[in-house]
Design a protein around this ligand. Structure first.
Ligand code: DGP
Length: 114
């Protein structure tokens, strides 16, 4: 798999507003925010799509959710509510082929999506 823009963010080759980092996970603000709070949680491991997640990566995916949970508290939107979104492939609207969880909050979000 060729590097995506997210590998460049992990490697600090391009700047991003980093909110959290450990050995396996990175979280940073989305460059094109769709809500007052909009950040991305990614694994450092470059898994292309949700379709490519393996059973032995279940803990890693769980850590993405727990990272989102920690950060929404810090950002003050945990109680008001928020949304976690993972887009997959063309119909899902995926544009960066390194899995990522969008975390959106800070306003009422419409449902269903368009
Ligand atoms: P998706 O459409 O689900 O693949 O979302 C990709 C998101 O990545 C999109 O909301 C914009 C964000 N994004 C793309 N390029 C960059 C970048 O260079 N920096 C940051 N911070 N976010 C980016």
């Amino acid at each position: 798999m060729s590097d995506t823009i997210f590998t460049k963010i992990i490697n600090r080759e391009i700047p991003a507003e980093i909110l959290y980092e450990d050995d396996e996970i990175l979280a940073f603000s989305d460059v094109s925010p769709q809500a007052p709070v909009h950040f991305l949680v990614i694994p450092k491991l470059p898994i292309e799509t949700i379709n490519d997640i393996q059973p032995n990566q279940a803990e890693l995916i769980g850590k993405m959710v727990l990272t989102a949970q920690k950060l929404v508290k810090e950002q003050g939107v945990a109680e008001g509510g928020y949304r976690l979104v993972m887009n997959c492939n063309e119909d899902g609207g995926q544009t960066v082929f390194h899995i990522h969880m969008h975390v959106l909050g800070g306003r009422a979000l419409s449902w269903p999506p368009g």
